[in-house]
Design a protein around this ligand. Structure first.
Ligand SMILES: *Cc1c(COP(=O)(O)O)cnc(C)c1O
Length: 384
């Protein structure tokens, strides 16, 4: 390994997850693969060709710049939907490229009309409804304004979707709120349809909602975290697995993160390791230096808590996580050498470091840890 660390993407896991989701969601529901935040840290350029290979034809992103990266990573046409930020110029470019985008305020609708007329190309929009999350979306008054504007400028639009986002389907504690959002969504949809505006796709569900509330699947689901092999929460996982006789997780993690031993030292009992006095050596130990720190997304909150795999053993991070390095106690490893593999996330022999284990310690969500993996780390696709 030339680089200080390397991310591996397991192609068989991609196939496994897509096959599982297809089977559970049925053939009628379109899976939009959410690849925002650099495909949850996996790498847009590496993941999109894999998703494409196993039949994904619809992608969701947050930024226009991500949409362009998806566009450039595809080898055949697919639908790309921008759920979030677009500057005015991006809206012009999105219309030109045939990209779809959310409209959650009248300002954006007006800009779409302007550029659609200039370019003489229809804007492919998804009207986003405010149903109770109070984040983005058109309220009742705005929806009526939007309906009027769309009817007046019918030549400017293709109504690709009518959507909303549920505020936390991964936790039962939000059940009442989710039900009220669903009711609100249906009411607003009825208003839209009463005006002869029939959206091509109705969609509300992310991973958690698609599993916890099957009736919200509608025509399309926006699946992020589960495609990458994670459940949205342990609650969502438990709810699924409880009904099964076979208690094996049907999802497989795609991502592994590997580094190597940079240097080895023997430290005598009574010494402190690393900055400050947070780790006092109590018996003679052997340590390995690993060239990965918080600048690469290895959180500082894993100081004195993180675990890595070396020589098929689980080894503890000792002392504080540095900007570019961690120090690991490898006393339990026989014959460790400089250059030996270090697994930060993923499997080595029988053992596995899960992102979730990693995040329970550091109080970060799977989502956050993954999204913090920098783009600069090299990604390679493997089959295992
Ligand atoms: C991120 C996101 C999703 C995907 O959520 P997961 O929990 O990763 O499945 C779906 N919809 C919207 C609007 C999102 O922002």
């Amino acid at each position: 390994m030339i680089d200080s660390s390397l991310i591996t993407l397991n192609e068989n896991a991609v196939q496994n997850n897509i096959t599982f989701l297809r089977k559970k969601l049925g053939d009628k529901v379109i899976i939009s693969a959410v690849v925002k935040a650099n495909a949850y840290g996996h790498g847009i350029e590496q993941i999109v060709p894999l998703f494409e290979k196993f039949g994904i034809e619809h992608y969701s992103v947050f930024y226009y710049s991500e949409a362009v990266r998806v566009f450039n990573s595809l080898s055949k046409p697919a639908t790309i939907m921008v759920m979030g930020w677009l500057c005015d110029k991006d809206i012009q470019d999105a219309i030109k490229k045939g990209l779809e985008f959310f409209v959650f305020n009248i300002e954006r609708l007006n800009i779409a009309i302007k550029y659609s007329k200039e370019l003489n190309i229809k804007a492919r929009i998804h009207l986003e409804a405010e149903t109770g999350m109070n984040r983005s979306g058109l309220n009742d008054v705005e929806l009526n304004d939007a309906i009027t504007k769309i009817k007046e400028n019918a030549e400017c639009f293709e109504l690709a979707g009518f959507c909303t986002h549920l505020a936390g389907a991964e936790s039962v504690s939000n059940h009442v709120r989710i039900q009220s959002q669903l009711k609100k969504y249906k009411k607003m949809l009825a208003t839209l349809e009463a005006n002869d505006l029939i959206p091509k796709y109705k969609h509300l569900a992310n991973s958690a909602a698609a599993f916890v509330y099957p009736k919200v699947r509608m025509d399309l689901v926006r699946i992020g975290i589960m495609l990458y092999g994670f459940w949205s929460s342990s609650e969502a996982y438990v709810q699924y697995i409880n009904h099964k006789t076979n208690k094996i997780d049907p999802l497989k993690r795609i991502l592994g993160w590997h580094s190597q031993i940079m240097s080895i030292k023997k430290i005598k009992s009574g010494e402190f390791v690393g900055y400050g006095i947070s780790y006092l050596v109590q018996t003679d130990i052997i340590t390995a230096l690993v060239p990965v720190g918080y600048s690469l997304g290895y959180s500082r909150s894993l100081s004195n808590k993180g675990r890595v795999l070396i020589g098929g053993q689980r080894c503890s991070v000792i002392g504080v996580v540095n900007m570019n390095m961690i120090i690991v106690n490898i006393s339990c490893v026989d014959d460790a050498k400089v250059g030996d593999e270090v697994v930060l996330i993923g499997k080595q022999d029988e053992l596995e470091i899960m992102v979730s284990a990693f995040s329970e310690i550091s109080n970060e969500l799977n989502y956050e840890i993954l999204a913090h993996l920098p783009e600069s780390i090299k990604r390679i696709v493997i089959k295992k």
